[in-house]
Design a protein around this ligand. Structure first.
Ligand code: GDP
Ligand code: MG
Length: 357
């Protein structure tokens, strides 16, 4: 899933083979480092994308050096998230098959860390269609890591004493980013600095410290959050509205004058799954009207849905530089590799060689 969405705005910025060839011929190392900021609300996928880049470019031994850090976080989150989910199921008196009730009590009442017995109970519960149905209904109200179900499915493996997370486990895991994380690497003659930041509101005031000399901004938004999920930090503000206003504010900042903005419509995999159950026109009254105005009536419902949300961001863009956009799934290595190469060729290379002013 995912990949580049072409757009009339991007027509002038198609791949420039000549520049690439020139670099290859000269085998030139550019002195100027391409500084790319990863910005966006909490949970939009910034750190996940960076982890994929680290893995793809073998930065700091890829993800191997981070395994230890993730083991305890994954074990803890697997149990905590499932307990939070079950507590909400009980609070709302949702129906669970009678034969599973003991297992529910077993998980809810466990105060220890995840052990094999509890791991097995989680796996058994999650295998139930009824339990999955409850999750579908509650997902929008739950403040638990996005990919908790990925870990519930393998809870018994995670619970083992000698459990070591795989590369996929690390990509699916959530660790909150605190402060500013800088990652340096060199790729095909270009030095890169990617800057990842904490996305929660309390973290945003630290962002100014890294706003100078920017080559490009990658702004991530979790496009599956169109159905009214609220921010974890205040349990009140609509996540998509927060993302839109943050996007607008950043794009009009004088720090980013003429800096290209690259919008990632991220979590496109979750979006594709969600629009089947919750079509956009059940959330947005003006959906049909806007699609008509945009002249997209003939497109598929799925294309219309992505375009409708992209249009919300596009109309809030205040920058003087170019706006590019991609549909992304940051948990998919292939997608991240393709998107990174496209950004490198179409935007960064042209910026560091002076072709893109
Ligand atoms: N399914 C899916 N999960 C994603 C995607 N991008 C990020 N995630 C998950 O969403 C959670 C939050 O991502 P993270 O990178 O920590 O967000 P950040 O706060 O912006 O750094 C993690 O559990 C990721 O595995 C995506 O495109 N699809
Ligand atoms: Mg992060």
């Amino acid at each position: 899933m995912g990949g580049c969405v072409s757009d009339e705005d991007q027509a002038g910025y198609r791949r420039n083979k000549a520049v690439e060839l020139y670099i290859r011929k000269q085998n030139k190392q550019y002195d100027r480092e391409a500084k790319i900021l990863l910005l966006g609300s909490g949970d939009s996928g910034k750190s996940t994308f960076l982890r994929q880049i680290k893995h793809l470019h073998k930065v700091d031994e890829g993800l191997d050096s981070e395994k230890m850090k993730f083991t305890s976080v994954i074990k803890h989150n697997c149990l905590k998230s499932f307990k939070d989910f079950l507590n909400m199921v009980q609070a709302r008196e949702m129906e669970i098959p009678a034969k599973l009730k003991d297992r529910v009590e077993q998980v809810i009442n466990s105060d220890a860390e995840l052990d094999e017995e509890i791991g097995l109970a989680i796996e058994k519960l999650w295998a139930s269609k009824k339990v999955k149905k409850c999750y579908e209904k509650l997902e929008v109200h739950l403040q638990i890591p996005t990919n908790s179900p990925y870990f519930w499915k393998i809870a018994k493996t995670v619970s083992q004493d000698d459990y070591e997370p795989t590369k996929d486990d690390i990509i699916q895991a959530k660790i909150r980013t605190i402060g500013i994380q800088e990652t340096h690497f060199v790729h095909e003659g270009i030095k890169f600095l990617m800057v990842d930041v904490g996305g929660q509101r309390s973290e945003r005031r630290k962002w100014l410290h890294c706003f100078n000399n920017i080559t490009a901004v990658i702004f991530l938004t979790a496009i599956d959050e169109y159905d009214g999920k609220v921010l974890e930090e205040d349990n009140h503000t609509n996540r998509m509205l927060d993302s839109l206003s943050l996007f607008e504010k950043l794009s009009e900042s004088s720090w980013f004058e003429n800096v290209p903005f690259i919008l990632f419509l991220n979590k496109i995999d979750l979006f594709d799954a969600k629009i089947k159950n919750i079509p956009l026109d059940t959330i947005y009254d003006d959906f049909d009207e806007v699609i008509k105005e945009l002249g997209k009536e003939k497109e598929s419902k799925r294309t219309q849905s992505v375009y409708y949300l992209f249009n919300k961001f596009k109309s809030r863009f205040r920058g003087k530089g170019q706006l590019f956009h991609f549909e992304t799934n940051a948990t998919d290595e292939q997608v991240c590799s393709k998107v990174f190469n496209s950004i490198r060729e179409d935007i960064i290379l042209k910026k560091v060689t002076g072709v893109l002013i």
